[in-house]
Design a binder for this molecule. Structure first.
Ligand code: IMP
Length: 189
């Protein structure tokens, strides 16, 4: 690949890309944006969705690529919206979620980063961050950021200035970066 970028991040979500870019920059990895719509299978786990999505991404992009599949899992709702987070957000939004969550507010964000190159064998990196659903909307942010308070903090993701140092996305990308940088060293050895 011409060495402008080390990897592409395929998604239709520019907010995700902005976070991915900042996080990977800090690990010394340059990520380009491959903006596209990817086919999402119906599946019970975000792992399965990510693995399928990254093959579709590679077929479109033809370069080493990563995708992310993630979701918000609310314990008292048996993991809802989970793999359907994107759809549910569009349908009922944060206000709808706040109505559904009553007293037990525990939740977690889960992220799967999937990598694929011409070998077409997806490699997955998973992480999560636990926390609570806030009682009301707090701060300006995308997706569920205004209603998610990570464990050990009093502010929502939308209110925190350092979301990118503690999010599910950061944790999964940290695992990916460590593997990718190692792989690059061994390729050039
Ligand atoms: P998908 O992985 O693109 O299918 O979408 C998962 C959905 O979860 C997103 O569309 C967002 O609504 C939500 N989501 C995932 N990660 C975050 C985050 O870091 N902040 C806010 N919402 C998120």
């Amino acid at each position: 690949m011409p060495q402008l970028y080390d990897i592409f991040f395929a998604s239709s979500n520019k907010y995700k890309y902005q976070e991915v870019k900042k996080i990977l920059d800090n690990f010394g990895i340059k990520a380009g944006f491959f903006k596209c719509d990817l086919t999402e299978i119906q599946a019970d786990t975000i792992k399965e969705i990510a693995a399928q999505k990254v093959i579709d991404a590679f077929n479109q992009c033809k370069k080493p690529v990563i995708v992310e599949d993630d979701g918000l899992f609310i314990t008292s709702l048996r993991g809802f919206p989970g793999p359907f987070s994107s759809y549910v957000y569009k349908k009922i939004g944060n206000k709808g979620i706040l109505k559904l969550v009553q007293t037990k507010r525990n939740a977690k964000f889960q992220s799967t980063i999937a990598f694929c190159d011409k070998k077409k064998k997806p490699i997955l990196f998973e992480a999560n961050v636990s926390g609570k659903i806030s009682k009301n909307l707090r701060g300006k942010g995308w997706g569920y950021d205004p209603i998610f308070v990570p464990s050990g903090k009093l502010k929502t993701f939308a209110e925190l200035s350092n979301k990118n140092e503690l999010s599910h996305r950061y944790r999964a990308l940290k695992k990916f970066a460590s593997w990718f940088l190692n792989k690059r060293v061994s390729t050039y050895r």
